[in-house]
Design a binder for this molecule. Structure first.
Ligand code: BTN
Length: 236
């Protein structure tokens, strides 16, 4: 096992899901300090809202097991920005955009997704990160290799960890304000019409930003503001 900035790193060639492995390790009491599971390929990668995450060999799949117990929503924005910054270190002119709550896009197409999973009985939080590196498994997605020469996945992980550690330290001292500003600077479709699918309804309105705890703010046609902490965002 190698270590980097306090994280123990376990590397697998093939795994069902790094998030599932991370949760299993937490449940067996094997996690004593912050840990990362990284794999070259997943056989049963999982996405948000119960969807599959197609995980062919060569893309980036990692789960950070971090010690954390509150403000989980805010942490998702920190991870998205850490990924965005890591990608910008590969090519400074990449058009990185953030899509609520935790997606990272390039030129309006998804390049990375984050799956946060909390084990109810512990303070360990699992932060699953998928990044399309050499392969965009869905037509509406993109991948790093379309824009620049990718780093090795281990070096990409290190770049993400450096950014994540810096942002997390700043957040713990200064709070969410600057994180929110960084995210909003690159928010996709800010002040434009979007649709948000909730469990039982579809809402439409102008996306005016996120509030001080990361909730999406939607302005309806009648100018009323709706604050959302769940939902799936769609663009026209
Ligand atoms: C999303 O739906 O946007 C979130 C995708 C998260 C995928 C990553 S890949 C590594 C980790 N292991 C999983 O099974 N899922 C996450």
């Amino acid at each position: 096992m190698q270590t980097f900035l306090g994280f123990g790193i376990y590397h697998y060639k093939k795994i069902f899901s790094t998030n599932t492995e991370a949760s299993d390790l937490i449940d067996t009491g094997a996690i004593l300090s912050e840990t990362i599971i990284i794999a070259d390929e997943q056989l049963k990668g999982r996405g948000r809202n119960g969807k599959d995450w197609l995980s062919p060999q060569g893309n980036f799949y990692a789960s950070l097991i971090i010690n954390h117990k509150d403000k989980l929503g805010e942490l998702g924005f920190i991870v998205a920005i850490a990924i965005g910054n890591a990608l910008l270190s590969l090519a400074t002119d990449l058009n990185i955009q953030y899509k609520w709550p935790n997606d990272v896009l390039v030129d309006d197409k998804k390049i990375s997704g984050i799956l946060l999973e909390k084990r109810s009985h512990s303070n360990w939080l699992v932060v699953g990160i998928g990044i399309n590196v050499i392969n965009a498994p869905l037509e509406e997605a993109t991948c790093i290799s379309r824009y620049c020469q990718p780093l090795s996945n281990m070096n990409l992980l290190k770049e993400i960890i450096i950014n994540f550690s810096n942002l997390r330290s700043k957040w713990l001292i200064d709070g969410f304000y600057d994180i929110r500003s960084m995210w909003m600077e690159r928010a996709c479709k800010l002040n434009e019409q979007i649709s948000v699918r909730l469990a039982s309804q579809l809402l439409e309105g102008i996306f005016t930003g996120i509030d001080t705890s990361g909730r999406l703010i939607l302005m309806k046609e009648n100018k009323h503001l709706v604050y959302l902490d769940t939902g799936e965002v769609f663009y026209e």
